[in-house]
Design a protein around this ligand. Structure first.
Ligand SMILES: [Zn+2]
Length: 492
């Protein structure tokens, strides 16, 4: 008995020693800082340009209205006037009428081209919420250290930063070695089929393949935006989840609502199927980019979380359970199930012969569109219920995930360090969609990172009320792209 106790005691001591050793030796993800030459940018000039761009109502509505294209055409003119050196130096052409594609020819034929991309369109302001805005949503008001308005975060500030950077470089006589493409699209918020998809088709036809592309998605979270970490965290998203919407339909005999037939009510049968589906969530797994992210962030997390993450061999189920408890982190671990629309009869006294629900799935890299469909059919488990793919949107699997060892990732991380100092940098995965779902066909790697510092108080306005971005952040956003171009030219 004593021997057994001794053996158990020894095992506990060894396990504890391993746990502590691994916790103390978590590799740091701080980027090393090398001083760079100062880049003179006036944040107020940049803020002024962003304010002007916000005032163009470049809306992407679900259902297009006459005249919706006019603000985009006005933006094209405004860009040419505001950034004359860019328009004089770079080739530029409209794609699908409202998207703009720029090309800055590099001098080195061996250096592979890169693509920067942004969208000019914004989502509408929800009817009835205009009055809730501190400053009107299309005023572009500069007040309280912020530029206010729809698009400030998503993503006119980034579009402005890229344009200012190119204008600065072109104005100072910079000659790129690497060819730079810049795509400014007009329909990202409604799927990108006429913008990013058309740019992709155009470049594919010209046989252009990018070393990498850079889009929105990641950013620099401050004040606890990312996993409650107070210090700044640069999150470079290396891929995005996929998308499929399934239409689930229950049929019945229908008839007059004065004589309902138990068991033959389409809405009731549909509801039961939806409940079964809701109770059949996809399994949560901590692998791929989200696992890399948690490991990268670990050194900045409280001690107990650090212990758990440094010792996933022992605590993985606990960590998964903890991450599952928040909807934001749960979405990183599994395919999500979101019923979004339902259809029944057109009148309150008619029993519908068909009742349908649309369920939107954001496909995790662990799944495919086919495996999602199979999962749903299994969960619904009713031959009288039809499951089909909705044809209204661009369904796709999750994108490939770039490695954090890739040249592009390292280059973006280095540039973050050059401009923002030695901050924590981590890979991540966007749970929403971006234009890069199209660009992945013409780029070896697609990254998603905008050099915007965003506290939780400003993040709330994204697609909501009081969207705003800090004036003090605008100069560094421009510096980031200038430095990125220089670094990309160095790194060949
Ligand atoms: Zn966006």
């Amino acid at each position: 008995m004593r021997r057994i106790l001794q053996a158990v005691g020894l095992v506990i001591i060894v396990v504890a020693a391993v746990v502590i050793y691994r916790t103390e030796n978590l590799p740091s993800q701080q980027v090393p800082v090398v001083p760079i030459d100062p880049i003179d940018i006036d944040e107020l000039v940049v803020a002024g340009h962003l304010s002007e761009l916000i005032q163009f109502k470049t809306l992407s509505r679900q259902v297009k209205q006459d005249g919706d294209e006019l603000p985009f055409l006005a933006v094209h003119e405004w860009l040419a006037v505001t950034y004359p050196k860019t328009f004089a130096t770079l080739k530029h052409q409209p794609i699908g009428d409202l998207t703009l594609l720029f090309k800055w020819q590099g001098s080195d034929p061996d250096a592979r081209p890169i693509l920067w991309t942004g969208h000019m369109d914004v989502v509408p302001v929800e009817a009835g919420t205009e009055e809730l805005w501190t400053h009107p949503p299309f005023s572009g008001k500069i007040a309280d250290g912020h530029i206010w308005g729809r698009g400030a975060v998503d993503m006119k500030s980034t579009v402005i930063a890229m344009m200012e950077a190119i204008e600065h470089l072109a104005g100072s006589g910079y000659q790129p070695k690497r060819t730079l493409y810049l795509a400014l699209t007009h329909d990202e918020e409604v799927g990108g089929l006429n913008g990013a998809a058309a740019v992709t088709a155009h470049l594919k036809q010209a046989d252009v393949q990018m070393a990498w592309s850079l889009d929105e998605g990641g950013l620099i979270g401050v004040g606890g935006l990312i996993n409650g970490i107070d210090e700044p965290v640069g999150l470079i998203a290396v891929g995005e989840k996929g998308w499929i919407t399934l239409k689930i339909t229950a049929k019945s005999g229908g008839g007059h609502s004065s004589v309902p037939i138990a068991g033959d009510l389409a809405i009731v049968n549909l509801s039961k199927a939806l409940v079964r589906l809701d109770e059949s969530q996809f399994p949560a797994k901590l692998n791929g980019a989200p696992r890399e992210m948690m490991l990268s962030l670990a050194p900045a997390l409280p001690y107990y979380q650090r212990v758990a993450l440094a010792n996933l061999w022992l605590f993985e189920p606990l960590v998964v359970a903890m991450l599952e408890s928040s909807p934001v982190s749960a979405a990183m671990l599994r395919t999500t199930i979101a019923p979004t629309m339902v259809e029944g009869s057109p009148k309150e006294n008619i029993l519908p012969q068909r009742a349908s629900a649309f369920v939107n799935f954001r496909v995790h890299p662990n799944d495919t569109m086919e495996s999602v469909l199979a999962h749903v059919e299994r969960a619904v488990a009713d031959p009288k219920i039809e499951v089909s793919q909705s044809t209204q949107s661009f369904a796709r699997d999750a994108s490939p995930m770039a490695s954090k060892e890739s040249a592009g990732y390292k280059l973006i991380a280095k540039t973050i360090g050059d401009i923002y100092g030695s901050i924590l940098v981590s890979p991540g995965m966007t749970v929403g969609g971006t234009d890069s779902k199209h660009y992945q066909a013409i780029a070896d790697e697609t990254y998603r990172f905008a050099p915007m510092t965003l506290p939780p108080s400003d993040a709330r306005g994204f697609h909501g009320t009081n969207e705003r971005v800090r004036v003090a952040n605008m100069d560094d956003m421009v510096r980031f792209y200038i430095q990125l171009m220089k670094n990309a030219d160095e790194d060949r």
